[in-house]
Design a protein around this ligand. Structure first.
Ligand code: ACM
Length: 549
């Protein structure tokens, strides 16, 4: 069956090799709470197979969708059981989410062509093997972060990624919406955030050490209706969208739009533009009441758009140079009785920690936020290795493990010169497969603080969707198995078995049109960066490829 992620257990029913046929007569018997899954099944599997899959009840050819409290007790809310026997295909989950993950497995059972958008062979007969599968996720937080600030991904691409996440049973989409290089969400009270902050005149091509520029404007943003659509589309796929507005660093796009947000006594912030290169800029927010009120406005609109309990406030890589130089920032430190600039950063974070908590939400931030003390409900995304996550769990905070050494998918996936953008740590498919989200330093009780794990996709070197696909796949499939399946310790994981199942999974990705890195390495047109974004595809020679890191 070559399922990915690997299920908890599966066994054949009755006769090994028997199959349950699906045809024009097959009806979908959707129990209470499973109407959304029935809709999904009809619009995806229905489209791929050409089968109408109408609502129906009884009969001798049916797919039964049901929420089962018994399965919920046995396998948890996201757990499920599929029973395909002579009577029916029963798709039962501990909740609607469990039924949805089961439906994803059901699609895998149908074969790679079930991932197409239209049938390729109208005469083809469809069936699933007679089998029982019982399954449940290891982690409740199985995420991917996508940076749409460095390179904008138009809405259509985001919706496609939500489908790709769902196909891998991932359930959190961490949406990195703002950074120095762009502001990507419409805020009605502060329209210049997108009028000005969503656009930059040119872009560094490749790594920051590169001397190449793409001399054309880049940008874009999501309207609030776009966001509502994205959130609803995700919800129908049982994916939570966790928005991130990065403060007080990574904020140059906002300062370019509203110069009063910056440290005006240090630099002329009216001269700032949305940043056009990579790295960490010194242009951070000024620690003023005006800044706090401004971002309260932003978060207030955000809370209206995103139902997620967790709201990500960034908090990473805030350079303190301007605060050191700024008489106003120094006066603020004195007035608040803070020990210095580091605590000023904590003051920002603690303010929004309180503010979000008062509104029934929970703050999550990159592991730098630990440095100044946090409310008990705050959670930490551990990115600078495991250390932040270990410290956070030991201090009683919830943790999402996403160490850059392991699961930053912008980093190269092979040594050598062939990778399109050979930056960062080498993380092969096997390395990702052997990633363990829970470090041995945690006691069982502390380990329970690890809500889960996520793969992060920073897009400085990913100019378009093809590049994102290349960096993300196939490694996201290995990551999904780590996040979902109860794998043994890293050294004991059967990578050969995973690779063997990947053969079928590549065919699913092909059917979906995913431009993954092939097992043998990049295809000729995937190989090298190109200054104009198209010449690599056209196969023209590349001049001055950026250096390795
Ligand atoms: C990060 O990679 N700066 C969170």
């Amino acid at each position: 069956m070559d399922l990915i992620p690997d299920p908890l257990r599966a066994w054949p029913v009755l006769r090994a090799g028997g199959t349950y046929p699906l045809d024009e007569e097959t009806v979908v018997e959707a129990g209470p709470g499973t109407e959304g899954v029935a809709r999904w099944l009809r619009t995806t599997v229905g489209a791929a197979t050409g089968l109408p899959l109408p609502e129906g009840a009884g009969g001798d050819n049916r797919i039964v969708l049901a929420v089962s409290p018994g399965i919920g007790r046995e396998l948890g809310p996201e757990g499920y059981r599929i029973t395909a026997d002579a009577d029916a295909v029963r798709v039962e989950g501990g909740s609607a989410a469990g039924v949805f993950w089961a439906a994803q497995t059901f699609r895998q059972l149908l074969g790679p062509d079930a991932y197409r958008r239209s049938p390729v062979d109208p005469g083809r007969e469809w069936s699933v093997p007679m089998t029982v599968i019982e399954d449940a996720p290891r982690f409740a937080w199985r995420g991917m972060m996508l940076d749409v600030a460095r390179h904008f991904m138009p809405k259509d691409g985001v919706l496609r990624y939500l489908d790709l996440l769902a196909a891998h049973k991932l359930n959190v989409f961490h949406f990195h919406l703002t950074d120095d290089q762009g502001w990507r969400v419409e805020i009605k009270r502060h329209p210049r955030l997108t009028e000005v902050g969503a656009w930059r005149p040119r872009t560094k091509w490749g790594h920051r050490a590169s001397e190449l520029w793409e001399e054309k404007p880049h940008g874009g943003y999501y309207t609030q209706d776009d966001i509502r659509e994205i959130v609803a589309y995700a919800a129908e796929r049982h994916i939570t969208v966790v928005p991130e507005i990065d403060i007080p660093g990574h904020s140059q796009a906002a300062v370019a739009a509203y110069p009063e947000l910056g440290n005006t006594d240090v630099i002329d912030t009216t001269s700032l533009t949305v940043w056009d290169t990579w790295g960490i800029t010194a242009n951070v927010l000024a620690p003023t009441d005006n800044t706090l009120r401004f971002y309260e406005d932003v978060f207030e609109e955000l809370l209206g758009l995103f139902p997620s309990t967790f709201i990500h406030i960034g908090g990473d890589e805030c350079l303190k140079d301007q605060w050191k130089e700024s008489p106003a920032a120094q006066a603020r430190i004195a007035e608040l009785g803070l020990s210095g600039e580091d605590e000023l950063q904590s003051w920002f974070i603690r303010h929004f920690d309180r503010w979000l908590t008062e509104r029934g939400r929970r703050l999550i931030g990159w592991d730098e936020i630990l440095e100044g003390g946090l409310a008990p409900g705050a959670a930490v995304s551990s990115w600078r290795g495991y250390a932040g996550g270990i410290a956070a769990a030991k201090a009683g905070h919830d943790v999402v493990m996403c160490p850059e050494q392991q699961v930053y998918l912008d980093h190269r996936q092979a040594p050598g010169e062939d990778e399109p953008m050979p930056i960062g740590y080498v993380r092969t498919l096997e390395d990702v497969y052997r990633f363990e989200p829970v470090p041995p330093q945690l006691t069982e009780e502390e380990a329970a603080r690890v809500l889960g794990t996520q793969a992060n996709v920073w897009t400085e070197v990913m100019q378009d969707r093809s590049r994102v696909d290349y960096q993300v796949f196939p490694r996201l499939a290995a990551f999904a198995e780590v996040a979902w399946s109860p794998l043994p310790a890293p050294a004991e994981r059967d990578f050969a078995d995973f690779e063997q199942r990947m053969a079928e999974h590549y065919r699913r990705l092909d059917a979906l049109g995913v431009e993954y890195r092939p097992p043998g390495g990049p295809l000729p047109w995937q190989r090298r960066p190109a200054p104009d974004g198209n010449s690599a595809r056209l196969g023209r020679p590349i001049e001055g490829a950026p250096p390795n890191v």
